[in-house]
Design a protein around this ligand. Sequence first.
Ligand SMILES: Nc1ncnc2c1ncn2[C@@H]1O[C@H](COP(=O)(O)OP(=O)(O)OP(=O)(O)O)[C@@H](O)[C@H]1O
Ligand SMILES: [Mg+2]
Length: 453
Amino acid sequence: MLQVFDENYLDIDGIEEEVAREEVLLASAQGVTEDPADVSTISKEIRDMRLLHCKARGSMEHGKYTPRIDWIPSRTTSKITRQNVNEVLDSVGTRGQRKIKIGRAGRASSFSVTAEALDGRVTIITGRKESGKSHLAKMIVRGLLDHGAYCIIFDLNDEYASIGLRGDGSKTQVADKVVTRKPTRDLKFSLGSAGLRSMTSLLQHSLEMPGTTMREFMRIWEAMESKNEVSMASLSNYIQMWRCNEFVRDALYARYYTLSNSGLFTDAEDKMFSLEGFFRSHPDGGALVISLSRVSPLNRRMTVELILSKLVELLEQRSIPPVFLLSEEAHLYLRETYWEDLITRMRHFGVFTIFVTNQPDAIKQEIYRQADNIFLYNFSNDADLSLVAQASMIDTDTVKSIVRTLPPRMCLVLGHAVNNLPVLVSVDEFDSPPTGITRRFFDTRVELPAYMP
Ligand SMILES: Nc1ncnc2c1ncn2[C@@H]1O[C@H](COP(=O)(O)OP(=O)(O)OP(=O)(O)O)[C@@H](O)[C@H]1O
Ligand SMILES: [Mg+2]
């Protein structure tokens, strides 16, 4: 089984000389039209001959795939046939039952990934700007919802809220499973529901609270908890009354004011968001879209930190089922140490991340190495190209030559989803309202009268 990864003209010694001679002859010898031996056709055919560069991906014996490539077939008597991608993939092994159709591959009329191939896995979707990454991510999320899964989406560009709607605005069957929340608007936390663990990790990582202050904070928390009065209001009182060093008190106050001014915290029962509540109210799966657009970087980081630590806590207690986490441009809000956590510890608890990025260098090499599925769109920049080529699980030749020439809306799928045989997929249209379109200066300008400032 061979996969073509590149194509060029056949170069045989002297062919350029031959081409040049023929061109000169043609130009100078006017009137010579006789060619009884039909030499010119043969010569044209030779000049047009193409060489297909292939990689051996295994062999088929009696309809079964083996990864063995330790023999080569005859060059003269072999017959070459095209294979149907789906048949090849199915002969390698089962990929799962829950299909998510994303497009077409080769001559096959449809190509699907399966929900099982993403389940328990780390997936990366990358490619240059406007190549279609979010488009594919939306298809995958809608597919996962169709199969009853839970997704949490960190949405930077307000793109995912309409994931349950069709282009004409009508509802699909998953529309009621999508919940959109925006930090400070309708996504607020209470100290009690966040819990000590999330709060200390938030203070330590997002607000850089020093160790001594942290110790005092934990003691204050214990005191509040023993009296059953964990809240923002009592935190302020406790800090005021607490017997401690003035520097520590100042440090505590500084953090308290940051928390309270962020608008992310509330003491009102009816205004606070409950992650558990979201799961309970959607027994057949659902998507929680956390809209991070126009949210300050600090609030973004705090929200993500609180959601993730709550998620892990609930998963540890086994009070919620595993979830898929879709994270676009994660380097903008995910702190360094969370990356490895997400792909190792959190994955075991049941957080399966799909990273989407147009900056492949924002994702560390270790993460690529742990990735189970990669959807690669076009990259024309050489640095990006060598980075993804090195990082992906197949040979660099294939990645470099295929990805460099990929037209928009086509992607190379690698990994588990395609049984480790790289497949080129032409991604389908997706029926949803247009979103995430970059706001432009001239689009809005045309309607304004010329004299308007
Ligand atoms: N397979 C496809 N069929 C039809 N339209 C597509 C397809 N893929 C992408 N598009 C359209 O192309 C545009 C850009 O796609 P998309 O927003 O998914 O790109 P992106 O890679 O996420 O870009 P960015 O890096 O800016 O986030 C969108 O308007 C989208 O609807
Ligand atoms: Mg996008």
